[in-house]
Design a protein around this ligand. Sequence first.
Ligand code: SF4
Length: 85
Amino acid sequence: MIPIGQIIEGHGNKVLDKLGLLPADLKALSDQRFNQCTTCHTDPRPDNPSQTGPGLRNNQYCNSCGCDMLAKTKVIAAKCPIGRW
Ligand code: SF4
């Protein structure tokens, strides 16, 4: 379960990003993480290299944790459930 504070942080930062107000370092971190998500369905899983990752549903929601990756990637303390970021 994601802590409520992280859900608020992620969605707040998603709004800031849409307004062009997300700090540049957090924007870069978020973009780097999201790029990992977009290739997840084709790249080997770190925890089981014989399988690929679960990938995204609707190019936004992680098929493993179900979270909105446009928000979760903007939570500094968040982690990918299979260790990709
Ligand atoms: S959070 Fe991790 S498991 Fe989910 S889509 Fe992104 S890289 Fe894949």
